[in-house]
Design a protein around this ligand. Structure first.
Ligand code: SME
Length: 156
């Protein structure tokens, strides 16, 4: 998808998510809804979902609500793309996951990836949001801005 169309689509999806989540405070319901709507809105999404900071092991991520094939259950901070996003608290865009040191291949079909850190209202890291594509170089600044905008409302 070209970037202007993709920007517009992220705007529409953000409105749809806000409308569906209006009045719902349960965070599992909110995360499940965000994963579902985004996963079905874009055809470059192959795996879509949350890894949560485990309250019992604060340097480890544990699987949250997602859409797609079976995801790995746990990822230590600093490992793979999700672990890098959690450790750095910065969005990671990877054009070719096979070239990323320590990439965790939960599904061998993943080729490119974006991972966005997710913060609560107090600014603490509570999760990362991971999207994988089965094609290379599928994510750019449009996905980064679109996703960061949607995700800042999930735990706020
Ligand atoms: N690719 C991720 C692992 C999670 S899954 O792909 C669902 C990573 O290296 O962080």
């Amino acid at each position: 998808m070209e970037s202007p169309q993709k920007t517009e689509r992220y705007g529409e999806v953000a409105k749809e998510i806000a409308a569906v989540l209006d009045g719902e405070n349960n965070v599992i319901a909110r995360m499940a809804t965000v994963s579902n709507i985004l996963h079905h809105a874009f055809d470059h999404y192959f795996w879509t979902g949350f890894y949560l900071v485990d309250p019992e092991k604060p340097d480890e991520l544990v699987i949250g609500p997602y859409q797609g094939t079976l995801g790995c259950l746990r990822i230590p901070f600093g490992r793979g793309v999700c672990g890098a996003a959690a450790a750095s608290r910065k969005t990671q865009i990877v054009e070719d996951v096979h070239a990323f040191p320590g990439h965790i291949a939960c599904d061998a079909r993943s080729e490119s990836e974006i991972v966005v850190p997710v913060f609560n209202g107090a600014g603490e890291l509570v999760a990362v949001f991971d999207v994988d594509s089965d094609r290379k170089s599928q994510f750019d600044h449009t996905d980064k801005e679109g996703l960061e905008n949607i995700l800042k409302g999930v735990f706020a």
